[in-house]
Design a protein around this ligand. Structure first.
Ligand code: FMN
Length: 231
């Protein structure tokens, strides 16, 4: 038993021929008993072939197999619940792709427990000034913020708020957290912000966020999730 939540992120390998069977299924079999939630990562831009799994047929096939493997996870400790399945998506999807994914993840054989929006972007914004701006690979942090937020809004719209969303991408301040939750996130994650500000950032954001909730007389986080929809 552990008193923190453990999430395990599973992505395909570059050299695997049958990623669904070899990487995702094996990953679920190995980690399903340890994890409270499994992230099915189909959005890292740095592994060739990985993002293709977001295509309709490949995604249906992957999620059908993921569901089947997850249902088979048998833990010695009977108290352990089966892990939740979260799907992590890219911020570079167009509206049709978002619509298609949103439909698949709500169907009986391919349903998931939540979405993580989003991974890094392959886009290069005109405002980037770094000498590294033309390098290939995933871009994270502040330049990703608006794109990740818009992608979240779009997933929220197409899933009609029926799938919980974890918001990630360029979150650095309590205002960012507030904005992401109002747009539809039930939780947020921070990656790049942590590398700049270190672990104290988490307590600081929690404190500032609690103050914002109080100032705006919001009693429960659920009253804030997706509040932008109700405008
Ligand atoms: C160096 C680095 C490695 C990452 N590795 C993974 C990974 O293995 N799996 C994954 O799903 N996302 C990975 N990500 C994406 C982050 O988890 C996160 O989704 C993304 O960076 C956006 O959040 P941020 O702007 O707070 O960094 C990685 C990001 C960076 C910068």
């Amino acid at each position: 038993m552990h008193d923190v939540l453990i999430g395990v992120n599973i992505g395909r390998n570059k050299t695997t021929n049958t990623a669904v069977e070899q990487d995702y299924t094996l990953g679920i079999e190995q980690f399903g008993c340890l994890a409270d939630y499994l992230v099915i990562n189909i959005s890292s831009p740095n592994t060739p072939g990985l993002r293709q799994l977001q295509n309709e047929n490949e995604l249906k096939n992957l999620l059908t197999s993921v569901r089947r493997s997850c249902d088979k996870v048998a833990c010695d400790n009977q108290l352990k619940q089966k892990p939740l399945i979260l799907l992590k998506v890219a911020p570079d999807l167009d509206e049709d792709e978002i619509k298609s994914i949103s439909s698949i993840v709500r169907q009986p054989n391919t349903y998931i427990d939540g979405l993580i929006v989003s991974n890094t972007t392959v886009a290069r914004m005109e405002t980037l000034q770094s000498q590294h701006r033309n390098e290939t690979g995933g871009l994270s942090g502040r330049p990703l913020k608006d794109k990740a937020l818009e992608t979240l809004r779009s997933f929220r719209r197409h899933t009609q708020g029926q799938i919980p969303i974890i918001g990630v991408g360029g979150i650095e301040t309590a205002d960012d957290v507030f904005e992401r939750i109002k747009a539809g996130a039930s939780l947020v994650q921070i990656y790049t912000g942590l590398t700049y500000s270190g672990p104290p950032l988490i307590n600081k954001l929690n404190r500032q966020f609690a103050t914002m909730m109080k100032q705006q007389n919001i009693k429960h986080i659920n009253d804030l999730v997706g509040k932008d929809d109700r405008r």
